[in-house]
Ligand binder design. Sequence first.
Ligand code: SF4
Length: 74
Amino acid sequence: MVPDKWKRNAHHWLILHGRYVCIARKPRCEACVVNDLCAYPAKTTVTPLAKAPAKPRRAAAKKRKVRAARKARR
Ligand code: SF4
């Protein structure tokens, strides 16, 4: 159940959550914002909401590179 005001973006958030946080082979439960709501019994950590970034560093570095390239084109 998704409230109407969030329906437009909800599927993107779920896809990104699966790609960067709730990874199939090893979920990053310590960085998960729904850790307290999740009923998955075999969580990868006992410490919810640690300081780990939500996205892997490689993805963040790529994003910065794309931004810099766009800025250079202007
Ligand atoms: S707490 Fe649940 S939803 Fe979050 S990453 Fe772990 S298994 Fe996935």
